[in-house]
Design a binder for this molecule. Structure first.
Ligand code: FAD
Length: 474
């Protein structure tokens, strides 16, 4: 029999459910494909650096599979429709008996898979797996059989359900009988804008597992104390690997449990704090499956769609470029633009600033983040934006508005992070760093740094008024 594994957002050989299932029969001939769809990626605003990260990881997967006697063919076409055509033809050409793939949960991806299965029915047996989450969507529900809309009860139910599912990690497949193969043709450069990934995120599952091991062994204990300070590397930085499946959440959970066996019993521990973030990831994905309109960028709270957003390209551009005159926001945006990663506290601050200080539609921010993030993930990004914009379920209430100056003072008190990304503020003393224009005025100095583009107090009042009007239906 010929088994085909269709790799997508699961670029690893260890703990890969579809790959593992395809390899169970030792006599089967196992092939693998990856189909790049740059036209579709453009539609989804995928960051060029995420495409580059996919490419770099594909090379590693290709080598690892070849070592085990499994050829990985990388094909490139435009969009999902073309990908299905190619897959169907490839299955016929290779006389594939069974197709194995791990499910993706976004609507276009789901539609693609349904269509592919329909086209292959009668010829190829298709088997799909829930691999990208600890618990499958729909498995954590209220007594009334609905998706939880509030996070804390979801988490409680999630932890209860966790013991009922097998979340152990699967080994990498054993070498096939014929032994290692020469590596197939390397994937061609994608027809996508080129970008670098940066040394902070080396490709490959070994690099990801190594980072996971070190984090769980040495850092997770301090997670709760450190996770909010962008000048400290206090979080795992594993999101780019999780986003494209170089690492699985089961691997994260199992490593955490190996280092901290009491993780589930001790909810004050750093280990539990970190697990909590992994469960947020699950929450937003489960939510997206229960409410597919989220994939169409609909707000969860409908009345918020009536907010009269400001249509101002100059303000949007200043935010994108890190030129708002609010140092913590600008340093954050420059980190994003330069590296494709942004600290979670800063994602909250900069998203809040766009929506609540500039009164710009959160969807413009969601799109921009997606176009830059190495860890871009529809569910997490949409969840984060809807949280910050107060349009989501269990989001920050609309009247809670971050003050970007005091957020900076609290979470970057010495300005270590700000100085790293805004060298033009090098001379400003720590105490004045969060309002550098005041210092410049006092010193009669000119800074090569913009004045605040809005007055926070005034902006806050305008935003409150806009949300209240929308709530009244005006
Ligand atoms: P850690 O603190 O080490 O957390 C471990 C893992 O848990 C992360 O790698 C991530 O997979 C997951 N996680 C952590 N926090 C969250 C969260 N709030 N929601 C969902 N999953 C979480 N995360 C993305 O992976 N992709 C995105 O596109 C994305 N966009 C965001 C946009 C906004 C406006 C906000 C506020 C948050 C966004 N997040 C996103 C969530 C979070 O900021 C990042 O996952 C986190 O900063 C990644 O760093 P880390 O790997 O060091 O996280």
């Amino acid at each position: 029999a010929t088994h085909l594994v269709w790799l997508r957002n699961d670029l690893r050989i260890t703990d890969n459910k579809a790959l593992h299932a395809a390899c169970c029969d030792p006599t089967a001939r196992v092939l693998a494909v990856f189909i790049a769809t740059p036209g579709q990626w453009r539609q989804h605003q995928m960051a060029p650096r995420q495409a580059a990260f996919i490419h770099a990881n594909l090379l590693q997967v290709q080598q690892a599979l070849a070592d085990r006697g499994i050829p990985l063919v990388c094909h490139q076409c435009d969009d999902f429709a073309a990908a299905i055509d190619w897959l169907v033809a490839y299955c016929a050409q290779e006389r594939v008996d069974a197709l194995f793939y791990n499910r993706q949960h976004e609507i276009n991806e789901l539609r693609r898979d349904r269509q592919a299965e329909r086209r292959l029915s009668g010829q190829v047996i298709c088997q799909s797996f829930d691999d990208s989450l600890l618990l499958p969507p729909g498995s954590v529900q209220t007594g009334g059989g609905e998706m939880y809309k509030i996070y804390t009860p979801f988490r409680k139910a999630f932890i209860q359900r966790l013991s009922e599912f097998d979340v152990s990690s699967l080994p990498a497949p054993k070498p096939r009988e014929g032994g290692a193969l020469p590596v197939s043709a390397a994937p061609a450069a994608f027809d996508y804008p080129s970008a670098g990934v940066g040394a902070d995120f080396p490709a490959g599952e070994e690099a990801a597992l190594q980072r996971l091991r070190v984090f769980c062994r040495e850092q997770v204990q301090d997670y709760l104390q450190q996770r909010d300070f962008p000048a400290i590397a206090g979080t795992s930085s594993l999101s780019p690997y999780l986003a494209i499946g170089v690492l699985s959440p089961r691997q994260c959970f199992n490593r955490l449990r190996a280092e901290c066996p009491q993780v589930l019993e001790n909810s004050d521990s750093g280990a539990f704090g970190w697990l909590n973030e992994l469960i947020w990831r699950e929450f937003y994905r489960h939510l997206m499956v229960a409410y597919p309109a989220l994939c169409r960028h609909r707000p969860f709270i409908e009345w918020t769609d009536k907010v009269r957003w400001r249509d101002n390209d100059a303000l949007l551009l200043a935010w994108q470029q890190g030129a708002t005159g609010y140092p913590i926001v600008d340093a954050a945006m420059r980190q994003l633009n330069k590296t494709g990663w942004m600290h979670n506290r800063l994602r909250m601050i900069s998203a809040s600033f766009l929506v609540k200080d500039l009164l710009i539609d959160w969807r413009a921010g969601e799109r921009y983040f997606m176009s830059q993030l190495l860890d871009g993930d529809l569910a997490a990004n949409n969840g984060g934006w809807q949280w910050a914009a107060s349009t989501g379920t269990d989001a920050a209430p609309y009247f809670r508005i971050f003050n970007p100056t005091t957020q900076g003072e609290r979470f970057d008190p010495q300005g270590t992070f700000i100085r790293k990304w805004l060298p033009e503020l090098a001379d400003v003393p720590d105490n004045d760093l969060h309002q550098p224009y005041r210092w410049a005025e006092k010193q009669q100095r000119t800074l090569d740094y913009p004045l605040p583009i809005v007055d926070h107090k005034q902006a806050r009042l305008e935003t409150l008024a806009a949300f209240e009007a929308a709530r009244r239906g005006e």
